[in-house]
Ligand binder design. Structure first.
Ligand code: 2P0
Length: 334
């Protein structure tokens, strides 16, 4: 997946992924080790393209969609590059240029595509030769969900065992097949603006204060096993059913944090109602929602246009983009 770079420059492309069994909560915040394993599908829209060039400058220079990154956004990437430099035994700074096709920080998995692209490009630019598993472990340190975007298709991210180094070695993502499945994911965008509470803060508050967190984590582990079996037998209806209940359960844990955290908006609920109505009409359609108000509807490729039209008919507040299964992170030629 990576090769050493003579030039100290590399460009990588990665796509977001949507978890069908969610990651919500860390057991080790330093190493980004999750409480539970998760399972996702990588999409083919909203790509991130990132170029990393090793320089002899005094500081990392980071540009995001044409604007210099500052403050915490800069620090987060600088810390990640420090990790890569430590692994590579290098000290030079870098220039990072990132272009994001999709909305950022709106629950549309921009940090997953972002850190998967950054990990892939930075590892190569600094001369690390990492296989997919090592790359997913590295991406995990930027953002947990990014570990899954290293791979295409259906992917699991193993929670792993233990904390610290043992946990680091055992918590990685890998693809799980399901290649005969060819679903669509209709992304109902009801709000493109960045959220006010980050996923990171919200999951910390949830794990620490919600009385429903433990029960959700326990049932999510069962969902994970059931979901793996549903993917293995290519059963899209079962996949949808498990995904919807897992996501609603995750939101229930947030709503019951103290104080409660609510990403769902009235517009999200309107889309959830439309999905239920579609099912009542015999359409295979199931919803999942991440840390934001936007709703993703899993359906067959053949039904995607009908699902999108139904959702869009709700009003001007919603637009849709339809995604299919997408590939893992890749290096682009010079
Ligand atoms: C997921 N989400 O499994 C879950 C479901 C959002 C809801 O992973 O702190 O940006 O960087 O590891 O990965 C979003 O959280 O959090 C996320 P960090 P991340 O896709």
């Amino acid at each position: 997946m990576t090769s050493t770079s003579a030039t100290g420059e590399a460009t990588a492309l990665a796509y977001p992924n949507i978890a069908l069994v969610k990651y919500w909560g860390k057991r080790d915040e330093t190493m980004f080790l999750p409480v539970t394993s998760s399972l996702s599908m990588t999409l083919d829209i909203f790509a991130t393209t990132t170029t990393v060039r090793v320089t002899d400058g005094p500081a990392d220079e980071i540009e995001f969609n044409g604007t210099a990154a500052t403050g915490s956004a800069h620090t987060r990437i600088e810390r990640f590059l420090d990790l890569v430099r430590a692994k590579a035994g290098r000290t030079e700074r870098a220039t990072v240029v990132t272009v994001n096709d999709g909305p950022t920080g709106a629950g549309l998995a921009s940090s997953a595509s972002g850190f998967a692209a950054l990990a892939t490009a930075a590892a190569t630019a600094y001369g690390l030769d990492l296989d997919g598993r090592a790359l997913s472990r590295l991406a995990r340190r930027g953002s947990g969900s990014a570990s899954r975007s290293i791979f295409g298709g259906f992917v699991v991210w193993h929670a792993g065992e233990g904390d610290g180094e043992a946990g680091d070695l055992s918590s990685y993502a890998e693809p799980i097949g399901g290649d005969e499945l060819d679903p669509a994911l209709v992304v109902a965008v009801v709000n493109q603006t960045a959220k006010t509470v980050s996923s990171r803060d919200a999951m910390r508050a949830t794990t620490q204060t919600s009385p429903f967190y433990r029960p959700w984590a326990e049932s999510s582990m069962l969902d994970f096993d059931e979901m793996r079996r549903a993917v293995a037998r290519g059963d899209l209806a079962a996949i949808g059913e498990i995904a919807e209940r897992n996501a609603l359960g995750m939101h229930a844990t947030m709503l019951t944090a103290r104080p409660g955290i609510r990403y769902l908006s009235p517009h999200s609920l309107a889309v959830l109602d439309a999905v239920q109505a579609l099912r009542a009409d015999g359409v295979l359609a199931y919803a999942t929602i991440d840390a934001g108000p936007n709703v993703k509807v899993l359906c067959t490729r053949a039904d995607a246009a009908r699902v999108a039209a139904t959702v869009e008919s709700l009003g001007d507040f919603v637009t849709t983009r339809t995604a299919h299964i997408g590939p893992g992170a890749t290096l682009l030629p010079d």
